[in-house]
Design a protein around this ligand. Structure first.
Ligand code: HEM
Length: 216
């Protein structure tokens, strides 16, 4: 049995993937204020497809011991994304959003978790998106507001007021991970899936970067 706390192991094992996602061309240009409003709206649309699938996957097993340890309806982003998309595109946003192939592959992966024993892998996807959103996501939201003059009404995605103060929430989330009694195989599956989840996100960024090439 390994003794390293799961939260620590997850962070260490995904550090390289995190650096690569953070340093991706699309994220770099996003954070430098170089993208168009259209690119931002397309990005937000991809998030809507992803969270719709993620939240369906989580809800379907939220009453299990493993997923129940982290599932929290207050984290759900789908409604917030719908508000943001209505701000960005107008009320007809559903007719405007188009799923990119990499997003469709991410969604298919989330849908494939609908099999018995997948709970550790569902937790992996939960960790990669939500812990990222309440951590780095807060930095990103501040930048988007300042760089692109985006109205807070179109940044509901990054608003986690419902969970209260973020640092204690994050600590409690990590503790919940650490207290999960998992077999070595379940732990390994969780970590591998977290790495796969980062890869899914990076693939979406790569397609967005191609769709909206820089000036270089
Ligand atoms: C410009 C892009 C990004 C920035 C600036 C950023 C920044 C950060 C920062 C500052 C933290 C907090 C580190 C700490 O307090 O220990 C963090 C944590 C995290 N980020 Fe990001 N991030 C970015 C992109 C992403 C992406 C694309 C994902 C995944 C889809 C992601 C997932 C995570 C996760 C899971 C954590 C929690 C790590 C842990 O403590 O276990 N981040 N990020």
């Amino acid at each position: 049995m390994t003794t390293t706390p799961l939260s620590q192991m997850l962070r260490e094992e995904t550090a390289r993937a995190h650096a690569s996602a953070e340093g991706s061309d699309f994220m770099t240009r996003l954070m430098a204020g170089e993208l168009s409003a259209e690119a931002l709206a397309t990005f937000t649309g991809q998030l809507w497809f992803i969270y719709e699938a993620l939240e369906r996957a989580v809800r379907s097993v939220a009453d299990t011991r493993i997923v129940g340890a982290v599932a929290d309806p207050r984290l759900e982003r789908r409604d917030a994304l719908e508000l943001d998309l209505a701000e960005m595109y107008g009320p007809q946003w559903r007719d405007e959003v188009r799923i990119l192939p990499a997003t469709a592959r991410y969604v298919a992966r989330l849908e494939s978790l609908d099999t018995p024993g997948s709970e550790p892998r569902v937790v992996a996807h939960h960790y990669v998106r939500y812990l990222g959103d309440i951590s780095g996501g807060q930095v990103i939201a501040a930048r988007l507001g300042a760089l692109y003059g985006i109205d807070p009404d179109a940044l509901n995605f990054y608003n986690f007021a419902a969970i209260g103060k973020i640092p204690p929430y994050r600590s409690a989330y990590r503790e919940a991970l650490d207290e999960l009694a998992l077999s070595d195989a379940q732990r390994a599956a969780l970590i591998a899936e977290a790495q796969a989840a980062f890869t899914c996100n990076s693939a979406v960024f790569a397609e967005l970067a191609k769709l909206y090439p820089g000036a270089a």
